[in-house]
Design a protein around this ligand. Structure first.
Ligand code: HPA
Length: 279
């Protein structure tokens, strides 16, 4: 399913979602690898839903990702938390990868906060850093989620300058965390990069590399959402450390940052509330 058919199914799923949850989200959060715990304590849990019951969802479930969502009351706003995501490396199409975020936006979310685990390409980034995405490189090398939408509304020729909201980045900086900014490059995966590919990415201007986010971000932007992105540096990218990419440590490193990721999400979504206490 691509193009307008994919949008129509997302609209149908959004209607079911709002109906089942009894609430229209103001914002959505997408939780990346190892970051499930960032959902705990984000706000008051109102409801949880298995997304595979909704139109258009091909169940996904890479390690650390649930095909489910939760509605959370965070101060004055209602937040739809996606407890995992679909990836191209699972063999999903870009439309399938973008589906949950499309549903979230069509259900009402005007802001989407993406989170992910990433390798550091910039030499000054360290494991455990949380980086605000300021821009991205789409290196997935195939048709994206907007393919097949020529002639439909909204038009697919989306302005991507300023896609990552500077307003939301400013809001994140009101927390106690030092949050550098960077350019995130999405590769298809699932194989990690070669050291030569990482040198190429650095030359191209990437600070971070991962296997998610950009396809979804383009789809969310197409539907008019304001975007924020938090990348957790789980490892130095290939060739930058003396050891191979520590694949088995990625989830644990990300999980260790979940409390900080949670308070950054809260700051982005509710800048008017007092900054949360360190956890
Ligand atoms: N490369 C690609 N994806 C990743 C990495 C990496 O080094 N770390 C976490 N996700």
């Amino acid at each position: 399913m691509t193009g307008t058919a994919a949008l129509q199914v997302a609209e149908a799923a959004a209607r079911v979602l709002v109906d089942r949850l009894g609430a229209r989200p103001d914002a959505a959060v997408v939780l990346g690898t190892g970051l499930g715990a960032a959902a705990d304590g984000l706000g008051d849990v109102v409801a949880e839903l298995d997304l595979s019951e909704l139109p258009g969802f091909v169940p996904y479930g890479a390690p650390g990702h649930r095909c489910a969502c939760r509605i959370v009351a965070l101060g004055p706003i209602t937040v739809l938390v996606l407890l995992g995501r679909a990836h191209l490396y699972e063999g999903r199409t870009p439309a399938e990868v973008a589906h949950a975020v499309r549903v979230a936006v069509l259900a009402g979310s005007q802001t989407v906060v993406f989170t992910n685990a990433a390798g550091a390409v910039h030499p000054q980034l360290a494991v455990g850093d949380i980086v605000l995405i300021a821009d991205h490189l789409d290196l997935t090398g195939g048709p994206g989620a907007l393919a097949g939408l020529v002639g439909s509304v909204p038009a697919p020729f989306v302005e991507m300058t300023g896609a990552w909201s500077s307003r939301l980045r400013r809001a994140a900086r009101t927390t106690r965390h030092t949050t550098p900014e960077g350019v995130y490059a999405q590769m298809r995966g699932p194989q990690f990069e070669t050291p030569a590919e990482i040198r190429m990415l650095r030359t191209l201007g990437a600070d971070l590399v991962g296997m998610s986010t950009v396809v979804e971000a383009v789809a969310a932007r197409h539907l008019g959402a304001e975007l924020a992105g938090l990348s957790v540096v789980t490892n130095l990218a290939a060739g930058l450390a003396n050891t191979p990419v520590p694949v088995e440590e990625i989830t644990d490193v990300a999980a260790g940052t979940a409390p900080d990721v949670r308070s950054l999400i809260q700051a982005v979504l509710t800048p008017e509330l007092p900054a949360p206490h360190p956890t």
